[in-house]
Structure formats: structure tokens, C-alpha cells
Design a protein around this ligand. Sequence first.
Ligand code: PA5
Length: 435
Amino acid sequence: MAVVDFDMSMAPDLAGSDAIEGLRPEIENAHRLLTEKTGAGNDFLGWYDLPFKLGEEYGRVKAAAERIRKDSQVLVVVGIGGSYLGARAVIETLTDPFANAKALAGEGGTAVIFAGNSISPGYLSSVLDVVKDRDFSVNVISKSGTTTEPAVTFRFFKELLEKKYGREGAAKRIYATTDKARGACKKMADAEGYETFVIPDDVGGRFSVLTPVGLLPIAVAGIDTDALVNGAKEAFNEYQSCDLKTNPCYAYAAARTALYRSGKAVELLVNYEPGLHYLTEWWKQLYGESEGKDGKGLFPAGCDFTTDLHSMGQYIQDGVRLMFETAVEVRTPATDLIIGSDADDYDGLNYLSGRGMDFVNKQAAKGTAMAHVDGGVPNLKISIEKLDARGIGGLIYFFERACAVSGYMLGVNPFDQPGVEAYKKNMFRLLGKPV
Ligand code: PA5
């Protein structure tokens, strides 16, 4: 069974099996640019076959994760953007939503807490409060080593660790994931003797989840990283052909391109599993930074259903007709609950007694897709069998590969992000940074 499936039968203008066939020459061209490494940004294609070349460093990642799980009740992961979202996406998808609360209560496991992804003093104070009387380690992640948010945040944790464990003791609890040679983070790690992991030169932040950037925090959270990587390998092997009937990844790239060209401006990624919230956040960065340039690109937005049907549902159903929806479906839930019968039936729900919650969730998804299609919002569907490491590894690779192909079809360099610098220039000027 394919690790990820794609279905566009609820996108009325695309539903005929030949509807996207006209895009096949463009898909073939994008595939060539990718596989022959001749397209724009081709020095950032390290992600392409990354699952097959993790190398000896992967062993060190696993060993460090084991050590952290033994000596720390909390791992603070300091990073932002591509140096943050992938790890958070996988961890929140694959762990118990209360895993951190349990670890902090001493019920086992290491809590993984993220910091450095904002400049909020309130949030940072709360994290410092959580760790001050607990054993903790820090994984500082920054490819450039100069990003303001994580750099400022790290100062606070370094100071606290040194106060708690002394400078040498702190050095044993700080893990730096950064460039192999350049940047302030690498310089500090070498000078202080921190264990370091490398973000490869040819892997951009938003494509780095299967490097130590993601793998170390994910392993500390107790997730089977081998299964995650194997899921990505499976997906890679499934996307070698340009036949849109058998390659779901390229069919998704073609379908979203066709919808963009038909006038849609927004792609709304939706899920029916709260754990997928951060996968959507990761996806938003992946597609937003890869495609939103040169005045082009779909705006990637996200909703968690059914929660957001009670807040955003009205706009989706009746507002400006500018979007299409891509639903991520999990076919088999990790667990199901059967709805009981109630003698009084005050809530009138006895018609559902004996039914599983998953059945209700699935009917909500079907009913929503039908309503939105009727309201002029075409629906695409991406499915995985289970919320497990294999499925999420496959989905990560599916989205990365489709993103690269879509970007080439759009005529942009999918691997740069020049627009991210503009706010930094203003902020540094306002802060009086020496030039
Ligand atoms: O995709 C990107 O390039 C950005 O989102 C970066 O990942 C983010 O700004 C963090 O950069 P760095 O890892 O250099 O600290």
C-alpha cells in the first residue's frame, strides 16, 4: 500500500482522470530539473535523497538522545522557522498531547519544550521557570548561527545552565546543531566544547527535518526515527515516475498548480486530528517560503477541523471565493471510543450509540467536503493509513517533493527566501545594531 495517497475526485474541474494530464510535460520538465540538478537553487537539493545518506552522524544523534533521556527531565529546543517547525510538527503529531505534562510531573520521559521561536519575554520567563529546578539540557539549532530570536533566547539558558552546573557541566548539556564551519553558534560550540551536529550546506532550513535539526529532538521525544526515515525512503521510491495516475505526489503538484492557474489564491490545509496542527504550520513555511516570491504563489493557510468549522467555517463556505482546500486524512485512528447509550437521551444522541467517535469524525469530514465543494471550494485529499512514524515520514517527503516540483512549475527558485531579510534590516536599524 502506498505510504501517501492522493484523491482529487472532489475538485469538480479536475475530477476527470485526464484533467491534469495536460500538465504532464511541465511535470516532466520539473522532474528533470530536480533529478538532473539543473534547476534554480540546485545547490540546495540535499533534501532530495537525504533519507538514504544520514551517515555516521545519525548514530551520534541517537546516542545523544539516549543520554538526554537519561540525564534530563526537560530538553529545551531553541530555534525558529526551519530550525524549529519540523521537529515540533513530528513530535506533536506522534506523541501523547499530554506527554510533556506527564514528564514534568515525573511520570517518565523527557519533556521537549520549544523556545527561541518568538521574542516574547513572557513566554521565555515561563520556560525558564519550568527548568530552573529541574535537570535539563538545551539543543540550540541555527544554520546561520546569527538569527536574533534563538541567539537572544540561548543566552538566558546558557547563563542558567552555567549557574546550575558550572561552565563545564553546562557544556555537557548543550548540543549545538549548526553549520559545519561558519557562524557564531559553531564558533561558540567549538570554544566551549559543546557536542555539535551539522546542518548540511545543501539543505535549507525548511527542508531540514530529517537532518539532526529534527532528528535529535524527535528522538528525545521517544519517537522511532528509523521508522520516520524509512517512511520517507518509501515515499522517495514511489515518486520516480512522471505518470500522474501512479505518482500521487506529482498529481498533487499538478492539481494545486491547475487550481492556482484557474484563479485560486489560497490553499487551505485542513485536518481532523488536533495532533496535525503543527504539521500544518511546518507545511505553511515549506510552501510559503518556497513559492511566495516574484509576485507569485498560492498563500498557504491552515485550519484544524472540526474546531475551526465553528470559527472559520462561515468564511470558507460563503466568503470571497479565493481558496481550495487540501484535507489530510488519517484512515485508521490510533484508538477509537464507542459512544454509549443513555436511558434519558436528553441530548438526543442515542441514534449514535454503538458508533465509534472516528465514524462521526469521518462523516464530519465527508459532510464538510461536500458542503465546501457546493460552496465553490474544490477539495483535494491526501491520506495516510495511520498517525505513525512511517506515515509522517512519508508525508514529509511527499510535501517536500511536491513543493519543489510545484515551485519549478510556478517558475520560481523554490529554495531561496530573499524576502525574509527585509524585516530584519529594519529591526536591526531600530535596535541600533552596529554596522
Ligand atoms: O527557511 C529559512 O531559511 C528560515 O525560516 C530559517 O530556517 C530561520 O530563519 C532560522 O534560521 P537559522 O537556522 O539560520 O537560525
